[in-house]
Design a binder for this molecule. Structure first.
Ligand SMILES: Cc1ncc(COP(=O)(O)O)c(C=O)c1O
Length: 396
């Protein structure tokens, strides 16, 4: 029989880019007795959560909650807004953009999938060019993964918004923020995104199992005419029930307790401080990588991700063997290379419930692991990160 906490002494370091470490405060919130989801106490819980989510997504519009992983919220975004045969514009930024594209194709959408090198984000100039060339305005949606969790590359959403505006194109704008929400600045309202897709298990510091659609008025209007079949994912019934604090199905009561606590923690810290904390940890990690003499997968400094760092190993060195060694010796999980990056790349998650010393421990495990695995590198990466962290906190 499997033991659920089969780890040696001390905390396991869960440094994959999601699911992330769940804070004790949230674990304690999950550990309350389940209540009647049709009773008055539950309605108060829902209404407080829905109000708090607006602050996290930075929107005045509705946020729909699904008892599903992020993939469910991807499906909901498509099924609520589009019709069979609709054209959509997507970009091959990495593994997750590729999976979302596959889903769109299964829904009989016609995908214009702009090829990419899995090392760069979406080029706003290309968005403008593609939309300007679409004289018939046949493209119904532009779909972008904000932070590619497979590559550690963050696309520039405000610039992409501007590109859509400059092209004077009416396409819906859909953004996957599964590994950026509550880690990297993201403003559904101000950036006039129509559907934001998010999940519970990353910046929100919750276990997997909840996902979200933040929805604009334009997306709601599109949903009235959209003809893709949908039932469970349909926004209208959920939004109608939510008005009184309820759901049209049995909600994940205990995960919602956790979400209530996560929102409280994020708002207590303040979103600007949350984003600044992730920025510092991203920068400290990149300094360590640079000192080690290893190569970041992300090519463009403007697109460095602050929630994770993907690192390439030199030819002839297997990233999965390195990760296995780190797990066995130091009880730390690092992210694997996904899709065509398998075996070549490992990823350090530095998002969610995380502080300077969590990062220091993580980087120590990586530096020791590089030595044990015989990966050629220069010593001193941890030291560079520590110097940056001390100086940056002095400045604060
Ligand atoms: C950017 C991104 N999109 C979509 C997904 C899919 O979400 P899930 O695995 O929760 O279904 C993930 C998962 O890691 C992701 O990182």
């Amino acid at each position: 029989m499997l033991r659920l906490d089969d780890h040696p002494s001390g905390r396991h370091f869960l440094q994959i880019p999601g699911p992330t470490n769940v804070p004790d405060r949230i674990l304690r919130a999950l550990d309350h007795p389940t209540i009647d989801h049709r009773g008055p106490e539950f309605a108060r819980l829902t209404l407080e959560i829905l109000d708090g989510l607006k602050k996290i997504f930075q929107t005045d519009g509705p946020v729909v909650i699904y008892p599903a992983s992020g993939t469910g919220a991807w499906e909901a975004a498509l099924a609520n807004t589009l019709s069979p045969g609709d054209r959509v514009l997507m970009f091959e930024t990495g593994h997750f953009a590729t999976l979302w594209r596959k889903m769109a194709a299964k829904f009989a959408l016609e995908v214009d999938f702009v090829p990419g090198d899995w090392r760069s984000g979406v080029d706003p100039a290309l968005v403008q060019q593609k939309l300007a060339a679409d004289k018939a305005q046949a493209i119904k949606a532009v779909m972008v993964v904000h932070n590619e969790t497979s590559t550690g590359v963050t696309s520039r959403i405000p610039q992409i918004r501007e590109a859509i505006d400059h092209a004077q194109h009416p396409a819906l704008f859909m953004v996957d923020t599964i590994s950026s929400l509550a880690s990297i600045d993201y403003r559904h309202g101000q950036w006039r995104v129509d559907v934001t897709v998010a999940g519970s298990q990353k910046g929100l510091m919750l276990p997997p199992g909840l996902s979200f659609n933040a929805v604009s008025e334009k997306a709601l209007a599109a949903s009235k005419a959209a003809r893709l079949p949908r039932s469970y994912w349909s926004w209208d019934e959920i939004i109608a029930s939510n008005r009184d604090g309820y759901f049209p199905y049995t909600p994940s009561t205990n995960l919602l307790y956790g979400l209530h606590e996560a929102i409280a923690m994020l708002l207590e810290e303040g979103l600007p401080a949350v984003f600044a904390r992730h920025q510092r940890h991203g920068e400290a990690t990149r300094r360590a990588v640079c000192t080690w003499g290893l190569e970041l997968l992300c090519r463009n400094p403007e697109e460095y991700s602050n929630s994770l760092t993907a690192i390439q190993l030199p030819d002839g060195h297997d990233a999965d063997r390195f990760r296995r060694l780190v797990l066995e010796r130091f009880d730390m999980s690092l992210g694997t290379g996904l899709g065509k990056l398998a075996g070549r790349v490992f990823r350090i998650g530095h998002l969610g419930f995380f502080n300077d010393l969590t990062l220091a421990g993580t980087l120590c495990g990586v530096e020791m692991g590089l030595g044990l695995a015989g990966v050629p590198h220069r010593a001193g990466g941890v030291q560079s990160a520590l110097e940056y962290l001390s100086a940056a906190s002095d400045a604060k």
